[in-house]
Structures are given as C-alpha cells and as structure tokens.
Write a new protein. Structure first.
Length: 160
C-alpha cells in the first residue's frame, strides 16, 4: 500500500507533464489542434482514478498554469476548481458508462472548460476566436482513450 505523500507526488508528476505539453510551441495554426492536456489529466484523476485529487492540489495546479502562460491570473484556477467540483458530483455514475458515453462526458467537460476560459478572456476585452477552440476540444476527445490508458497504466505501475 502506498502512502498519501507518494500518491500526491505521482499525481503531481502527471500534472507537470501536462504543463510541459501545454507549453510546447507549435508553429503556424497548428496550436489550435493542441489538446487540453491539463484538463484531460484532471478529468482522469477526478473521475476515472481510484485516487482522488484534493481541491487544494487542483487550485495549486491551476495557479501554476496561470503563472506559466502569463495570462489572466486565476483563469485556470477557477476553471479547474469548477471542473473538479462538477466531476466529483457524478464520478460514480460515469465510471459505469461504456467508453463512448465516457467520451461524451469528457467532451462536455473539456468544452465547458474552454467556454469558461473564453468567457474570462471576453470579460477582460481580448479578441476571441471561438470556433477554433472547438478544434482543441475535438482533439482532446480523440486522444482521450489513449490518455486514459496511459494514465491508468502509470497509476498502476507507480502506485501499485
């Protein structure tokens, strides 16, 4: 059996990898295809993992992402904490869904995340290209089965 500190380190390392993937530069218009790595990792740990993530850890993860992207401070904190609370409310039900229904739930959560981020950008007066955010949502859903398998394997290997 692993201790809670080891579990937190393993989870935090997966979030660190998602930060790196979110910050990798992509040339031209390819950056719109970038999946929402951080949101996908959060969804896995909140819904599909046997180990949950505390709201405090999610808050810290969001704060670090806000600092890394040098954007509006608090946008990822708000988005990720709201997704965490929402995901906790239907965690047990979603685990029983078939894979295609789980992908619909992931689509809705990633879309909600993008809507919150777009709304915050709109509130501060930044120009929004909303249709292109949908591409990111779709690429996230397409990669979801692979991400789910990788994180499940990682969780089993690292935490036993």
């Amino acid at each position: 059996m692993t201790n809670p500190f080891q579990q937190s380190v393993v989870i935090f390392l997966s979030f660190m990898l998602s930060w790196i993937l979110m910050l990798l530069p992509m040339t031209g218009n390819w950056h719109w295809l970038r999946p929402e790595w951080l949101t996908l990792v959060l969804i896995y740990w909140m819904i599909f993992s046997t180990r949950g993530v505390s709201v405090v850890m999610v808050w810290l993860v969001g704060l670090v992402m806000d600092v890394l992207i040098e954007g509006l401070l608090g946008q990822y904190v708000l988005t990720l904490v709201l997704l965490t609370l929402l995901a906790r409310s239907f965690r047990a039900r979603v685990r029983l869904f078939p894979w295609w229904q789980q992908m619909v739930v992931v689509f809705l959560l990633v879309a909600l995340s993008n809507i919150i981020l777009i709304s915050l950008q709109w509130l501060i007066g930044r120009p929004i290209q909303t249709l292109l955010y949908g591409v990111s949502t779709l690429s996230s859903v397409v990669l979801w089965p692979w991400i789910n398998r990788v994180l499940r394997s990682y969780e089993r290997t690292a935490l036993g």
